[in-house]
Design a protein around this ligand. Structure first.
Ligand SMILES: N[C@@H](CCC(=O)N[C@@H](CS)C(=O)NCC(=O)O)C(=O)O
Length: 358
């Protein structure tokens, strides 16, 4: 009997918070009862020079994601924007985990057709026998050996942008431009601490003070972002970068799950004119909205986190129609893809089903 192997304390026993201070940027000051995100355990990198034993190679690896997961969704967007769909195939897990974690129940016979496995944990086990840690997405698996290569969600997208360049499509944008890296890193650090992870700290708080601190962090950061984005189209520079991708995957979930389920309810994203327009702009940009499955997002959060939603009832709203309304952000200038071009259509078989879109 295998027990549920959650890498994210959010989905496991939230009454036993992880007290280790091993988050990418650490947050020891929040004290014992604070929600802690587990560190990625497998941090090998797939690089152009193959220095960790994993060279960039077309067709060799499989990206395993859940469309529900904000961290995995970063990689889904990067893969689309960079045109890596043919080079790096993608497996989409069922948004609802069972006691063995992520599973391929959306596929025929409940098996991933490329890896031939039923659970992502099988790739973790192939990498390290008896690995006691959590099974998380995003994960990249070596197809020939069936072994997990990395589940390092912070690193995966940076490497897709900078190490996989030989396989990028013609016209792919530079998502992590060298001259802007310091600024991108600084923006992403604050957004991670207060917002990407802040919503989880609010949602899985087990004490009032802890919740209130996280809640304040979330809305202080939203105010900061709203001011920053009032007169500039993108977060850093005048094109889409990694910073926008990381902000997008959290904000696109805000009204659907974080506002209600995670109690981040001072206001909805749709009530902040700047952020709402920024998000509609990105949503309507090829490679962003066409990866988002609101059905997977809502069902995952509301059905899996029974500690905070014991009935498992998935709310009907919000109405998604607004995502497609004009945003007028073109008036701020900016060129989404810089000197490059938008990605082509979503590959056959990877379209988000109608239930998940406006
Ligand atoms: N904590 C993960 C970051 C990614 C993550 O938290 N993913 C979540 C989904 S959003 C996950 O797979 N959690 C495991 C689970 O829910 O069983 C890691 O250590 O790499």
């Amino acid at each position: 009997m295998t027990t549920h192997r959650s890498a994210d304390t959010s989905t496991s026993d939230t009454s036993k918070p992880d007290t280790s201070d091993n988050t990418p940027d650490g947050n020891a000051e929040y004290g014992r009862k604070t929600f802690k995100r587990s560190r990625s355990h497998f941090a090998d990198r797939i690089t152009a020079d193959g220095r960790d034993g994993w060279p960039v190679e077309a067709g060799r690896y499989r990206l395993v994601v859940s469309r529900a997961c904000p961290w995995a969704s970063r990689a889904v967007i990067s893969r689309r924007l960079l045109g890596l769909e043919d080079a790096l195939s993608m497996a989409i897990a069922d948004p609802i985990q069972d006691d063995r974690s992520w599973r391929f129940t959306l596929d025929p016979d409940g098996r991933d057709p490329v890896l031939g496995i039923r659970y992502l944990s099988e790739a973790y086990d192939a990498r390290e026998t008896g690995y006691p840690g959590g099974v998380s997405v995003p994960a990249i698996v070596d197809v020939p050996s069936g072994r997990l290569v990395t589940n390092d969600f912070q690193r995966i997208t940076l490497d897709l942008a900078t190490e996989w360049t030989a396989l990028h499509r013609p016209g792919a944008p530079d998502l992590y431009p060298e001259p802007l890296r310091a600024e991108i890193d600084e923006v992403m650090e604050g957004v991670y601490r207060d917002l990407n992870n802040g919503v989880y700290r609010a949602g899985f708080a087990t004490g009032q003070r802890e919740y209130e601190e996280a809640y304040e962090d979330v809305f202080r950061r939203l105010e900061w972002l709203s001011q920053r984005l009032a007169d500039r189209r993108y977060l850093v520079g005048d094109t889409v970068t990694e910073a926008d991708i990381r902000l997008f995957t959290t904000l696109v979930r805000f009204d659907a799950v974080y506002h209600g389920h995670f109690k981040c309810n001072r206001y909805k994203l749709a009530e902040d004119p700047v952020l709402w327009a920024y998000m509609r702009d990105l949503y309507q940009t090829p490679g962003f909205g066409d990866t988002v499955d609101f059905d997977h997002i809502k069902r995952h959060y509301y059905q899996v986190h029974t500690g905070i939603n014991p009935t498992g009832i998935v709310p009907g709203g919000p109405d998604l129609a607004g995502w497609l309304t004009p945003h007028h952000r073109e008036e701020l200038g900016g060129r989404p893809f810089g000197d490059g071009t938008p990605p082509g259509p979503v590959p056959a078989g990877e379209e988000v089903p109608p239930a998940g879109r406006p």
